[in-house]
Design a protein around this ligand. Structure first.
Ligand code: DGP
Length: 111
């Protein structure tokens, strides 16, 4: 846990979130500033700054995060969805605790 990390505080239960999934390694909750009708985040519980900070030891965890996307999207009623990982300030990352965005609920614009 990182003391000044907002997602670590959510994971610790010190900040409320609209949680849709939790196990011993991962949590998922709705984004507080949704950019689509449905927008949730899948977040490993261990504090890792960004995808660029990940190494081979995180391979299984990252795979788990990615594979949760379709099952949680289905639970949220999404027929299709988009995933995104912002990495670094230039990549648009605001919260420096690695996370996967999942968007859906409407026909999403072409990228
Ligand atoms: P990123 O730019 O990839 O670091 O995205 C961070 C996302 O986290 C952003 O879309 C807003 C969301 N967010 C920030 N603070 C909170 C919070 O306290 N609760 C929830 N649910 N989402 C948050």
């Amino acid at each position: 846990m990182s003391a000044d990390c907002i997602f670590c505080k959510i994971i610790a239960g010190n900040i409320p979130s609209s949680k849709i999934y939790e196990d011993d390694e991962v949590i998922a909750f709705h984004d507080v500033h949704p950019k689509a009708k449905v927008h949730f985040l899948i977040v490993p519980k261990v504090h890792i700054e960004s995808l660029a900070s990940c190494g081979a030891r995180h391979q299984a965890l990252l795979g788990k995060v990615l594979l949760l996307a379709p099952s949680l999207a289905k639970e949220q009623g999404l027929a299709g969805f988009r995933t995104m990982i912002n990495t670094g300030r230039d990549g648009g990352q605001e919260v420096f605790h690695v996370h996967l965005h999942v968007f859906g609920g409407d026909q999403l614009p072409k990228t």
